[in-house]
Design a protein around this ligand. Structure first.
Ligand code: ACO
Length: 328
């Protein structure tokens, strides 16, 4: 069985910064409320005319450069996103065109904020099966386009960005060790965009009722998250025969600082080992764990040989965790 790991990594965030002070001008909120309840100080927003595929393509180009590979070397692109450019046509095809990955097949995975973990897991399995040698896994989102800018409960949490990893065979002792994916299916307003799909197509009335935007029951999601994150991480550790005390860095989905602190406590992982960048980007859904890895690499905090755990949760409700020994 070959060892599958990361050959190259890249991240990209749009330039436009949306601070808590900017939100204060739009809705009845305060920097103090957002900071203490979530840990978020600012986030990035796409500009008019910029799509999720643009963010994903920029991150992908950086990952390819880091891996010293050409776009034509990639055989498959897996994009985790819930904010595709178009409702029909997969967003990964747009990235394939933008980066010139002419030899790659492409598909999207919609598992919301758990998408990056799901995509790495699928990519690893496809390489281990012998079907592919080089796969580009991307998490990219423009959630700012899907939130109701009048809804202070939800909109202030989210931001945009992308991260990309080139997956391939790595040396013995490195790479992805194990993962775990779980789903607790719901069909209610816990966390979804109701209108604009096939069950409730977008009508003038539904647009006027603001049903085309993300709705969320924050308390229910919070309760789910503090349960799901530790569970997924423990299961992934069990699958890989890994002792949680040996984890060097935990990369949680950056949704809410209080959720992360609770998960770390339940896992008995000290906060010094937990990577945080929620203050810079807010919740970027499927891009969030990748953006955290990208920042940790830029800071020199993540190094070859580090044992890391990724853990996330999101709409669906989906959740998952993945453990790997960093191979770059
Ligand atoms: N500014 C000021 N006040 C606010 C704001 C705001 N932006 N938003 C809500 N409030 C108010 C509420 O109206 C409420 O007022 P009330 O008591 O008068 O009714 C009060 O603040 C407290 O609201 P709570 O919902 O109890 O606040 P809580 O401490 O639970 O925090 C939050 C809310 C931050 C949304 C939290 O529940 C949370 O983070 N939940 C998880 C959400 C999440 O992680 N979603 C990501 C999903 S990932 C994906 O797949 C897309």
């Amino acid at each position: 069985m070959n060892n599958v790991g990361i050959l190259g990594f890249g991240k990209y965030v749009p330039e436009k910064i949306m601070s808590n002070a900017d939100w204060e001008k739009l809705v009845d909120t305060s920097d103090e409320w957002i900071t203490t309840r979530t840990g978020i100080k600012e986030r990035r927003f796409v500009e008019e005319g910029q799509g999720t595929s643009d963010l994903g393509a920029e991150a992908a180009k950086k990952a390819l450069k880091d891996a010293r590979l050409e776009a034509k070397d990639i055989e498959l692109i897996i994009l985790a996103t819930c904010s595709a450019d178009y409702r029909v046509q997969n967003c990964s095809s747009l990235i394939q065109k933008k980066i010139g990955a002419v030899n790659a097949a492409a598909f999207d995975i919609q598992a919301a904020c758990s998408g990056f973990i799901y995509s790495l897991t699928v990519g690893k399995a496809l390489i281990q099966s012998g079907m592919y040698k080089k796969i580009l896994v991307i998490g990219a989102e423009s959630i700012s386009r899907l939130v109701d800018m009048q809804d202070r409960n939800t909109a202030i949490l989210f931001g945009d960005g992308a991260a990309a990893a080139v997956l391939g065979e790595v040396e013995e002792g490195y790479g992805i060790i194990s993962s775990y994916m779980g789903t607790e299916g719901v069909d209610d307003d816990t966390l979804r965009i109701k209108a604009g799909g096939t069950l409730y197509p977008a009508t003038v009335e539904r647009v006027e009722n603001r049903e085309i935007y993300l709705e969320m029951n924050g308390t229910d999601v919070f309760k789910f998250a503090v349960r799901a994150l530790p569970h997924a991480t423990k299961e992934a550790a069990k699958n890989g025969n890994v002792n949680l005390a040996d984890i060097d860095i935990l990369f949680p989905h950056q949704a809410n600082l209080r959720i992360i602190e609770s998960a770390a406590k339940r896992l008995r992982i000290p906060m010094e080992k937990v990577y945080l960048n929620i203050h810079k980007y807010g919740n970027t859904s499927a891009a969030s764990i990748g953006l955290a890895i990208g920042d940790a690499l830029e800071e020199g905090r993540l190094k070859k040989g580090d044992l890391i755990a990724l853990t996330g949760f999101g709409a669906g409700l989906t959740y998952g965790s993945l453990i790997m020994r960093w191979s770059k």
